[in-house]
Design a protein around this ligand. Sequence first.
Ligand SMILES: Nc1ncnc2c1ncn2[C@@H]1O[C@H](COP(=O)(O)OP(=O)(O)OP(=O)(O)O)[C@@H](O)[C@H]1O
Ligand SMILES: O=C(O)c1ccc[n+]([C@@H]2O[C@H](COP(=O)([O-])O)[C@@H](O)[C@H]2O)c1
Length: 218
Amino acid sequence: MRQGRGSPQGKPTGLLGGSFNPAHGGHRSISLFAIDALELDELWWLVSPGNPLKPNKDMAPLPARLASARFSARRSRIRPTAIERELGTRYTVDTLRRIKMRYPKRQFIWIMGADNLAQFVKWRRWRDIAAMMPIAVIARPGYDADAMAGPAMAWFRRFVRRSDQRKNWTKWSTPALVYLRFRPDPRSATAVRSADPHWFKRYEGRGIRDAVTRTLVY
Ligand SMILES: Nc1ncnc2c1ncn2[C@@H]1O[C@H](COP(=O)(O)OP(=O)(O)OP(=O)(O)O)[C@@H](O)[C@H]1O
Ligand SMILES: O=C(O)c1ccc[n+]([C@@H]2O[C@H](COP(=O)([O-])O)[C@@H](O)[C@H]2O)c1
């Protein structure tokens, strides 16, 4: 049965963290698929002030990245946020702990592409992240073999759930990981930047405003 709005377990909510430098059609399409596949009430995009593992070089200002996210998320259940800026967090483990405390009426699942699973053991306290909420990994062309053979997956293997059970994720104990294979989407922000290095100029003059509180406080 659909864990709909106002269910006793809390509104099922996806969290997709990213640089969104810029947001692109791949983000939108995997998010729409995930909303459907996991029966999410909403999927929040956490536009990062700065991925701790990525150089700041070539990183557009947060307001421009957030504005690109708002454009890509239009007319959907995707909610772009700059919540890490508001919370003052940079590491995902800290962000997720704060979000869970702040939104007790929601139930969360962390969503990331296969490229991030391949690197997950480099993240700060990654096992604590896995203990905090289920994780859905979205297959991504060019990254799945490394992700499946990598050290994170070696640890997660005993916690892997079958994808045909995905709609039950709100009942899973953690750690739990489900690998979702949607239509493979080769789009990337790297490709957008190389085709249009000045993409952020379209969004110049945008502020962060109250992006988080306006969209996320219910
Ligand atoms: N085409 C895609 N298929 C699957 N996952 C994706 C895709 N594009 C982005 N993601 C996932 O979305 C999240 C945010 O991605 P991010 O903002 O880094 O975009 P990106 O295209 O990976 O950027 P870059 O090319 O600069 O590394 C990450 O978890 C990433 O794995
Ligand atoms: O917490 C960490 O150590 C950590 C290390 C690398 C990446 N992350 C998060 O992973 C998400 C995806 O980042 P990116 O740049 O690949 O889009 C984003 O929310 C980052 O803050 C988090």
